[in-house]
Design a protein around this ligand. Sequence first.
Ligand SMILES: NC(=O)c1ccc[n+]([C@@H]2O[C@H](COP(=O)([O-])OP(=O)(O)OC[C@H]3O[C@@H](n4cnc5c(N)ncnc54)[C@H](O)[C@@H]3O)[C@@H](O)[C@H]2O)c1
Length: 471
Amino acid sequence: MKSKIPNPPSNPPFVPSPKHGLKVEGRASGPKGKSRHAGLREKIERRRARVAILGLGYVGLPLAIEFAKAGFPVIGIEIDPARVGMLRRGRSYVQDVPSTELAPLIHDRRLVPTGECDRLAGADVVIICVPTPLRKTKDPDLSYIVRAVEEIARFRRRRQLIVLESTTYPGTCDELILPFLEKDGAAVGRDFFLAFSPERVDPGNPRYGTKNIPKIIGGITRQCTALAGLLYGQVIEKVHPVSSTRVAEMAKLLENTFRSVNIAMVNEMALICDRMGIDVWEVIRAAATKPFGFMPFYPGPGLGGHCLPIDPLYLSWKARVHNFEAHLIEIAAEINERMPEHVLGLLRRTLNRRRRCVRGAPIAVLGVAYKRDVGDTRESPALEIMRMLIRDGALLSYADPYVPSLECEGRRLRAARLTPAFLRRQECVVIITDHRAFDYEAITRHAKVVVDTRNATRNLPRELRKRVVTL
Ligand SMILES: NC(=O)c1ccc[n+]([C@@H]2O[C@H](COP(=O)([O-])OP(=O)(O)OC[C@H]3O[C@@H](n4cnc5c(N)ncnc54)[C@H](O)[C@@H]3O)[C@@H](O)[C@H]2O)c1
């Protein structure tokens, strides 16, 4: 069935200027002076270019939706058959993608999910959105990218535009992907185009999504940048071209390292304040009144998610390859990684004051997702804290409106309902993730004592705050 092409969106598309390369003929020119990428450019402009997205997770699925909504025919290639099955039934597993938005696109075959990589052969554009985790040794694990590139090389067609969105270290595109794609004599800028465009999505953010977060784009050649800019300009409000894939790769790592280092600094501040008996939250509130030169970051139980605990280590690893020790990045990661242990210490101290110990104590962890108002538990510090509590013999339960069940230390746990009776039974309640759906007043009223790692109870009346121990 043919895709329906909706009206163009109101945002003006990316208009390439000579500095972006589209007017530059150079080695991409054909025999009659017509640029070799003219056909692809025209397809993109007319939204006829077939877009294949490899990896339909938190990043790939929202992107596939944007392209499909803009009228591009989209093939979503996903190796997890359970995910493909859900998508085919029009059901979304990504919180920011409502099924009501997904289902019509699937029904009209504007977005076709599949597990078959040979569908790449029909694509004009391939966007890679696969995971980039760490190995156990904390080195980058690029095996997903390598596999994706192998599939692309196997089924590729001429003049394809290939864009990597997965977060990675500078040099991935030109040192790893480019030589692989040029192995069979194909030349970038002539036979294919390669660019990096980091995904900056912030799951659960109601204000900024795929469409209105500016898109950084860096190609191997200027034509690569221009074509990728033209493509994203069709669906994203603002694109920001840069001079190379390395700049684009590094920009993403700068953003995430900035957050990791600042959070580590404020976590360290919380540890110092704890020793000195000072309320770190009040300190931050006071410092944040400065109208310039200060940006508040907040302490917490540790970093989670697919980005902050991982991406800065991609950078420090690559720096080491260049004989440079990124001390600040490594120390920041270390401080953040130790926060779950600090939370456990706080909990032990709190129980001790009540002449109790962890072993045999009913303890409830509130919020297990890695951040507020999402259901993603990847790398969540709550899991580490729960593992430690189970090993210490706590009678552990948890509540999270976004995570109905989870596996921890070989046990399957189901989310508890926060009834007054349940809360009263707990020796201690620990707030790890400050979901807005929790009723903090009721929690604090019924619990014997609350350890609050997020200062979620800050606005409660003074008599309730007496039962709260903050980080
Ligand atoms: N989640 C975020 O908030 C976020 C934000 C910015 C950047 N990123 C980066 O984007 C990338 C993807 O992250 P994510 O959160 O979407 O991961 P994810 O695990 O949610 O999704 C990745 C998907 O790719 C699939 N996959 C793996 N190899 C494949 C292959 N060869 N072919 C087809 N499908 C394949 C997996 O089955 C999975 O469904 C990572 O590099 C991540 O660091 C993530």
